[in-house]
Design a protein around this ligand. Structure first.
Ligand SMILES: [Zn+2]
Length: 561
């Protein structure tokens, strides 16, 4: 018997790495840190066995997911697994120590720093010997891993005192005072004050883990305000912007918005302007607005992931699953290419990617590019049915996406909660191969809609994009009155009674809303075109609210521009 093993290794807690975030940077750095730890683990596998074969993820994937699967050879499986686990833990501790000493070369570490770091990682791995039975062993290790995770015992670190502002779990060991305030109450005795650094907000406190996340790479990451305003910044002449930015110490993109040019806001965030300068800044910004319009206040966050990945990977859709290993290799390769594609698609100024780790993607987008990029993300998702294997009848790979359109000031944790929720709705309410969009208005009002990617062979987001264009078009488009009146009329009814009635109403209302004045033919053609499109939208809806949300979201985006 040979000594081959199938080895599945995971690092968690994933949610802590990629969900606990107050700044866009926390999100990015957390996912980067997780990816680098997986890289460290994979390198250690290669150190232990230079012939090891990594099946997932493809080495083309830059931002690694939180797990890998490999075929390795060893005489001592337990020892092999422990070595990889210890290497990751040790590396994480080294990273934490490095970041601490880079930032505080002369200070001792606060009490519990090491303990918080040590207790943080949740590493699970499973290893099983195999010869030619890849398929059954693969299923077994996945099952075993699931079982281990279910019975895990939490080594809960019960600390009293002020909690970290980011995770809310561990005690804050680093803090920044509120302006003029004393040290925050209940904070641990030897917690370290961060004075100058702009990385922390006033009054914010961080635990050791969240400190490492925020300071992991000394790179900046665009804020939500920066993402919302990229298209506008591109439009404004450079000199005008530079002259405006020069007025501030610590400029940040929130200052592109007039509502932030207030003395108490500037004070709170430490931008230091006296009253004269403030008036000057206001005037300069007004001039810029006059020439170039105002920047958008909303941006989008997208989460996309492959549907039924567990079933695809277990070979459930293969006619013959004795070649599961070859199938895995092909899937892995195709997902690697997909990740490379995404890195090409999502570039500034279009947006900023958090991760593209195989079958899942998370990215920020500027609203100007939202629709086109959504189509790209879905269209380029690999077709597992075309990888050269016989697939059970009619099965095709697909992906679902959650999209949140949020105001730049909406707390990021709230936006993250919603994007997960919407991704789930796309899979559940939309029954997969769908996308769910939510608009979180600053006023608190929320619109959400779930649609299949395609309606009658047309991309649903393309219909939305065109509708937005129509609602914006002052000469040949439509006013939003038809949406408002239609909703008023039909809101009183449980269901829209008959397609025919909808059609007659649409004809009447679109006619009233049309902005075309002098060309009767053109007007009629456009009305009949949009009557059909909106009817299709209605026929494809999940429910009436869903239909009106689609129209209202389009209207919202049109007015946001
Ligand atoms: Zn924390």
């Amino acid at each position: 018997m040979n000594n081959n093993y199938l080895f599945l290794f995971t690092i968690g807690p994933v949610q802590s790495f990629i969900a606990e975030a107050r700044k866009t940077k926390d999100l990015y750095e957390g996912s980067k840190l997780l990816s680098n730890l997986i890289d460290i683990a994979i390198n250690e596998v290669k150190n232990q066995d230079e012939n090891a074969e990594i099946i997932f993820p493809s080495k083309k994937i830059e931002s690694k997911p939180n797990r890998f699967i490999a075929i390795i050879e060893t005489n001592n499986s337990k020892d092999f697994g422990n070595k990889i686990e210890n290497k990751v833990k040790e590396s994480f501790m080294n990273i934490a120590n490095r970041i601490f000493s880079e930032n505080f070369p002369d200070k001792p570490k606060p009490i519990n720093f090491d303990k918080q770091i040590k207790d943080f990682l949740e590493i699970y791995w499973v290893m099983q010997p195999f010869e030619n039975n890849y398929e059954s062993i693969y299923k077994e290790i996945e099952k075993t891993l699931g079982a281990i995770k279910n019975v895990r015992v939490f080594d809960q670190l019960e600390e009293t005192g002020r909690k970290c502002s980011l995770c809310g779990k561990r005690n804050a060991l680093f803090y920044k005072k509120m302006k003029k305030e004393k040290k925050p109450s209940y904070i641990q005795n030897n917690a370290i004050e961060i004075k100058k650094d702009i990385e922390l907000n006033f009054g914010e406190g961080l635990c050791a883990v969240c400190f490492v996340k925020r300071f992991y790479e000394n790179k900046s990451f665009p804020s939500t305000a920066a993402i919302a305003s990229i298209d506008w910044v591109k439009k404004v002449p450079k000199d005008d912007l530079e002259n405006y930015k020069k007025l501030f110490k610590n400029f940040d993109e929130q200052l592109y918005y007039e509502e932030n040019l207030r003395q108490n806001y500037l004070k709170k965030y430490g931008y230091f302007l006296n009253d004269n300068e403030l008036e000057n800044a206001k005037n300069k910004l007004k001039e810029i607005y006059k020439k170039n319009g105002k920047p958008k206040k909303y941006y989008a966050l997208i989460m996309l992931d492959g549907d039924n990945m567990g079933k695809w990977l277990s070979g459930e859709f293969l006619e013959d699953n004795t070649n599961l290993k070859e199938f895995h290799n092909k899937i892995s390769e195709s997902l690697g290419k997909y990740a490379e594609n995404i890195n090409e698609i999502v570039k500034e100024p279009k947006g900023k990617r958090i991760y593209a780790g195989g079958d899942d993607v998370m990215t920020f987008l500027n609203l100007d590019y939202l629709f086109d990029i959504l189509i790209d993300l879905r269209e380029k998702f690999p077709k597992f049915e075309n990888l050269g294997f016989t697939i059970k009848k009619g099965m095709k790979s697909s992906a679902s996406a959650g999209v949140v359109i949020a105001h730049y000031k909406t707390p990021l944790s709230e936006v993250l909660k919603w994007v997960r929720k919407m991704e789930k709705e796309a899979k559940e309410k939309g029954n997969r191969n769908s996308l769910a969009i939510a608009v979180l208005k600053h006023s608190g009002e929320i619109h959400k809609t779930v649609y299949k990617w395609k309606i009658e062979n047309e991309w649903s987001v393309k219909i939305m994009k065109e509708l937005v264009e129509q609602l914006k078009d002052e000469k040949k488009g439509f006013s939003n009155t038809f949406i408002k009146v239609l909703q008023e009329e039909f809101n009183r009814m449980e269901k829209i009674p008959e397609d025919k009635i909808l059609e007659i109403e649409l004809q009447r209302l679109l006619n009233r809303s049309s902005k075309i004045r002098n060309n009767k033919n053109e007007k009629e053609k456009k009305i009949s075109e949009w009557k059909e499109k909106i009817k299709e939208l209605y026929l494809d809806l999940v429910d009436k609210d869903n239909f009106f949300s689609f129209l209202n979201i389009s209207d919202f985006i049109a007015r946001e521009d």
